[in-house]
Write a protein that binds this ligand. Structure first.
Ligand SMILES: Cc1cc2nc3c(=O)[nH]c(=O)nc-3n(C[C@H](O)[C@H](O)[C@H](O)COP(=O)(O)OP(=O)(O)OC[C@H]3O[C@@H](n4cnc5c(N)ncnc54)[C@H](O)[C@@H]3O)c2cc1C
Length: 311
């Protein structure tokens, strides 16, 4: 464990502790109490502390806990991503690129190259921003967060993890050690997209992801999630229900897009209006359905006269 304090007059005095095991991290968080914060890449939490938006007294750095730096893929058990592993390590992995392209799409636009050198999947999840780019991708890929804390271990599906803006299911002293993704099934595909006026260094006006599995040309199962259009990233079950059980048709895709528009409860802000965000929730749903189908080897039908809008 390494402990140090910085106390210059115009800066906030903070303690820093580096945990090298799960038990040590749990103990440090227990000792630090409510003003102890988990530190991974620091791209959210250091900014928030500097701007005094967070009451932080102690950073507990979990990057050196071996389980938070794991990255492993198995064709049966799926993918385990350590919670503190930076984005570039994840999207640079051949297995992730081959089997989880929707995750790669989402995390390779977080911030920019410099941010991706530090920003982690666990940090994106635990920061629990409604606009977090990785969360809709994790939701449709049916990922679960492996959580440890004073009462032991538990696993929570990512679609149940966030409870509101900046809020989640983590209890006192708990932290995420890894995120578990099931192995992709055969004839399946997933895709993620976002809309933002700038390519880098801005968060989403809206984002969406879809995963589809086909059996005999029909959609056997679907998952659709939307983000930045409500208080938390949302699994839209009615959108998935509009697709499941039959082949993709122009009408079923339009019904799924309409379900996403109906599920969206966006706010107006400087990035976009309520009307625009609702529209985007539907549009990105439709586009990710088409991309997910293509990845599963299925061509989604186009409505007659449809012209592709520039992405
Ligand atoms: C310039 C810039 C651009 C950005 N652009 C985007 C963007 O395009 N899309 C986007 O989604 N985000 C963006 N972000 C936000 C940020 O980079 C991401 O949310 C990032 O993934 C956070 O990861 P981190 O490792 O830096 O988390 P940290 O800042 O270390 O932590 C974030 C929060 O999660 C908690 N935490 C971290 N790890 C754990 C854990 N294992 N268990 C429990 N709690 C934990 C921390 O206590 C803190 O509350 C941007 C940030 C910056 C500075």
């Amino acid at each position: 464990m390494l402990l140090c304090a910085a106390g210059e007059t115009n800066l906030q005095a903070l303690k820093y502790a580096r945990a090298s095991s799960i038990d040590e991290a749990i103990e440090l968080l227990r000792e630090g109490g409510p003003a102890a914060r988990v530190l991974a890449g620091g791209t959210d939490v250091i900014v928030a502390a500097r701007e005094r938006r967070l009451d932080v007294d102690l950073f507990v750095d979990v990057k050196h806990v071996p389980e938070t730096a794991e990255l492993s893929f198995d064709a049966t058990d799926g993918l385990t991503v350590g919670a503190a592993l930076p984005c570039y390590r994840i999207y640079g992995d051949d297995d992730v690129r081959t089997h989880y392209p929707a995750l790669v799409e989402a995390i390779s636009v977080i911030g920019g190259t410099v941010v991706q050198g530090r920003a982690s999947l666990g940090g994106n999840l635990c920061n629990s921003s409604p606009a977090a780019d990785s969360i809709p991708a994790m939701i449709v890929l049916d990922a679960s967060a492996n959580i440890v804390g004073p009462s032991g271990e538990r696993s929570v599906p990512v679609d149940e993890f966030c409870t509101g803006p900046g809020q989640n299911v983590l209890g006192a002293g708990e932290f995420v050690i890894s995120i578990q993704f099931p192995a992709p099934s055969s004839a399946s595909g997933a895709a993620w997209q976002r809309f933002t006026p700038r390519n880098e260094m801005d968060i989403a006006v809206a984002n969406a992801a879809t995963s589809l599995q086909f059996v005999g040309g029909a959609v056997a199962s679907a998952r659709i999630a939307i983000g930045a259009v409500g208080p938390r990233p949302l699994l839209v079950e009615p959108a998935a229900a509009a697709l499941a059980g039959g082949p993709l048709t122009v009408d079923s895709i339009a019904a799924a897009a309409a379900a996403s528009r109906a599920a969206a409860t966006p706010i107006d802000d400087m990035r976009g209006s309520i009307k625009q965000r609702r529209h985007l929730a539907g549009l990105l749903t439709e586009r990710t359905i088409r991309d997910a189908a293509a990845r599963a080897g299925v061509t989604a039908p186009e409505a007659p006269g449809t012209s592709e809008v520039r992405r």
